[in-house]
Design a protein around this ligand. Structure first.
Ligand code: TYD
Length: 210
């Protein structure tokens, strides 16, 4: 007897400036998806998600380099991540929950770093091979509020966290006003200034409708 092919899983991405609270909510999001949709969830992140891409992450966060090199490196890691991890998981019917993806490159390297967004889109297209998010949840808050939150965490800053408030306002602005073609309909914007329980209520609503 032939088996019915499994339905492809859904690809959910969390975006937002550093300090917006993605990491606070990622486990809640994964467990809500599991219970609402009865699926396995792969939690992963970018830059990173495979042994090769995690090595690239270390370089990107800590080695000085120009901003176009950042785009190319992050894209190389992304291709490996899709080929070895995200793609196979979606094919198995699992859902993928990824902390950052292509919109981070547009927002950080494009908005923050000033790289041409059209070029970033072309590089992303080459890296992604058609694998695109089904839903992006954007954690939005003003850059100065995010900076206060990050300041309270302590610890060593990476190359991006060390940027000033103006940089993060440019990053935020691309997320909010210069979404990639086709991205806007897939993106839901969450007010990340709300307290944790209010945000979880909002997330619950978003997730049951996925
Ligand atoms: P993140 O995992 O959110 O940092 P942390 O572990 O400190 O919470 O992301 C790491 C950094 O990588 C973040 O500052 C943004 C940056 N980044 C880019 O600049 N471009 C990209 O394409 C991606 C995916 C991340």
């Amino acid at each position: 007897m032939s088996q019915t092919p499994k339905q492809r899983g859904k690809f959910i991405v969390l975006e937002g400036i550093d300090g917006a609270g993605k990491s606070t909510h990622i486990d809640f999001i994964a467990s809500t998806i599991r219970s609402a949709h009865r699926v396995e969830v792969l939690i992963t992140r970018e830059p990173g998600g495979t042994p090769l891409a995690e090595k690239i992450r270390e370089l990107l966060l800590h080695e000085p380099m120009d901003v176009q090199t950042e785009v190319l490196l992050v894209a190389a890691g992304r291709r490996d991540h899709i080929q070895r991890s995200i793609g196979p998981a979606l094919e198995r019917g699992d859902w993928v929950l990824c902390d950052r993806f292509i919109d981070s490159t547009r927002a950080y390297q494009g908005g923050g770093g000033g790289v041409d967004l059209g070029w970033i889109d072309a590089v992303n297209e080459a890296a992604c091979n058609g694998v695109l998010p089904d839903r992006v949840i954007l954690f939005d808050l003003p850059a100065h509020v995010a900076a206060q939150r990050r300041g309270g965490r302590g610890g060593q800053e990476d190359r991006f966290e060390a940027q000033d408030v103006a940089y993060f306002e440019r990053v935020r602005s691309v997320y909010l006003t210069q979404m990639r073609p086709g991205g806007q309909e897939k993106t839901v914007i969450l007010n990340a200034e709300l307290d944790v329980s209010r945000i979880q209520k909002e997330l619950h609503k978003i997730i049951i409708n996925l």
